[in-house]
Design a protein around this ligand. Structure first.
Ligand code: FAD
Length: 462
């Protein structure tokens, strides 16, 4: 039996960040990981998906730059090399996580943790079983793709992990579920050359983003030839040697679509089952999530939980943020979570990014707001990039202009949203943004101009 002061379970962006912050706070820390350092994010999530997205984007740009005078002939994709590049990026980051943990004197234990009681876990790796007692634990076990019984995962019925390592670019791909993971991957494979159909059960794809934003993405998906079917229910799949036939129902009519693969992205389930938590008496919220307070403490006082296993968006930076709060709380600090300035990004074409409240959410909370928009089409850099689609929208308190939200759709939205998160975090108003000098010509100027619109002093609008 080994004693550990702070035991972290799971080495994803929640767990490894929590472990490092805990050592910075003077704690003696051990991290247990059953699969891969860096978690889903580095190995089979954020990073490899962004590699495929950026390769697809580059290919698409090279193929379609005739308007800019770049006429490329015979552009080819070497899929083996793409996969090698992707795996190389993943290895660099995973090695980096290992180096950081070791450099911060975190003990790394390979194996699967199972709770015996509120101070003891059993860690199993193959035939090796070791018991650890701990003073405090931080659970950061993440999530896994939901498997629906009529779409059992196989060689042809794949989840997001399978989609990142396909042996070839499918000629035809069906995506079930138009959330951000399905739409990002569908869009990436379309750029890589697949004929893509997205089947979504809800009224629209990319729920959670404003309709005026998703319209821009949908228009572009259509331009690429991606078929988006909404209000449709997937009924079943038949597999054959070369692929699948997917049956779905839309508007009371049954339809089929053939493809080489069907990618099922209908959500992710928290990894809170099969690890003895019920016996410890931890309280669960809905859908397998754990109940936590503002310091990420579960109903069992010495056990904290962070990331995909607790309420909120399943995003890597949210997991890391909570990891720091949990580690600081264990050290007796008063740190608490405040989710208002957590951005969410969808790496479609163009990108979508949001932070804080949109107009509708603010109104639903009874907050009186004003909003202002500025288009990419009126920005010199956006035109030079041949990326005129999109807008920046700011949402502020009606009375004093305090910024409480921003929505961006357009090229570079994923980076531009950081300025808005900072503005909200720092309690800035629209005038502060308007008064900040932004370099010319940059996409950042769009944000400044939206702020000028908000305060009624726009230069580039009549
Ligand atoms: P995870 O990263 O899931 O890590 C949990 C770790 O715990 C895993 O390594 C697991 O092996 C380990 N573990 C589980 N149970 C045990 C146990 N009993 N014992 C020991 N170890 C255990 N988020 C973004 O912010 N941006 C993106 O662009 C983005 N893109 C994504 C793309 C895809 C295709 C997917 C699938 C996800 C994406 N995400 C993205 C989501 C992001 O990956 C997750 O929100 C994030 O990884 C959650 O971090 P975590 O630390 O909570 O858990």
């Amino acid at each position: 039996m080994k004693f550990v002061e702070t035991l972290v379970i799971g080495a994803g962006p929640g767990g490894y960040v929590a472990a490092i912050r805990a050592t910075q706070m003077g704690q003696n820390v051990t991290i247990v990981e059953r699969n891969y350092l860096g978690g889903v994010c580095s190995n089979v999530g954020c990073i490899p998906s962004k590699v495929l997205i950026s390769v697809g984007h580059r290919l698409e740009q090279v193929k379609h730059s005739d308007d800019l005078g770049v006429v490329a002939q015979e552009v080819k994709l070497d899929w083996t090399k793409v996969q090698e590049f992707k795996n190389g990026v993943v290895s660099k980051l995973v090695d980096g996580v290992e180096g950081l943990l070791k450099g911060n004197k975190v003990d790394i234990v390979n194996g699967e943790a199972y709770f015996i009681d509120a101070n003891t876990v059993r860690v199993t790796e193959g035939d090796n079983v070791q018991t650890y007692t701990f003073k405090n634990a931080i659970l950061a076990t993440g999530s896994r793709p939901i498997e629906i019984p009529i779409f059992k995962f196989s060689e042809r019925v794949i989840n997001s992990t399978g989609a990142l390592s396909l042996p070839e670019v499918p000629v035809k791909l069906v995506v079930i579920g138009g959330g951000y993971i399905g739409t990002e991957l569908g869009s990436a494979y379309s750029n890589l050359g697949s004929q893509v159909t997205i089947i979504e059960g809800g009224k629209d794809i990319l729920a959670g983003f404003e309709k005026q934003m998703t319209q821009v993405v949908k228009k572009n998906l259509k331009k690429k030839g991606v078929e988006v079917v909404v209000g449709a229910s997937a009924k079943g799949v038949e597999e054959n040697e070369n692929g699948v036939v997917v049956t779905y129902e839309v508007g009371g009519e049954e339809k089929t679509v053939e493809a080489n693969y069907v990618l099922v992205t209908v959500g992710r389930r928290p990894n809170t089952d099969e690890m003895g938590l019920e016996a410890v008496g931890i309280e669960f919220a809905e859908r397998g999530l754990l109940k936590v307070d503002k310091q990420c403490r579960t109903s069992v006082q010495n056990i904290h939980a962070i990331g995909d296993i607790v309420y909120g968006p399943q995003l890597a930076h949210k997991a890391s943020y909570e990891g720091k709060v949990a580690a600081e709380a264990i050290a007796g600090e008063k740190s608490i979570v405040d989710y208002l300035a957590i951005p969410a990004v969808c790496f479609t074409d163009p990108e979508l990014a949001t932070v804080g409240y949109n107009e509708e959410q603010a109104k639903a909370k009874g907050i009186e707001v004003k909003a202002a928009k500025f288009p990419f089409a009126a920005n010199g850099r956006a035109l030079a990039l041949n990326a005129p689609e999109g807008f920046v929208k700011l949402v502020a308190h009606k009375e004093d202009g305090l910024l409480i939200g921003a929505q961006i759709v357009g090229a570079g939205a994923s980076d531009m949203i950081a300025e808005m998160a900072l503005a909200i975090e720092a309690g800035m108003n629209a005038e502060d943004i308007a008064l900040t000098i932004h370099a010319h010509p940059t996409l950042g100027e769009i944000t400044m101009e939206a702020a000028e619109v908000m305060i009624g002093k726009p230069i580039h609008v009549v």
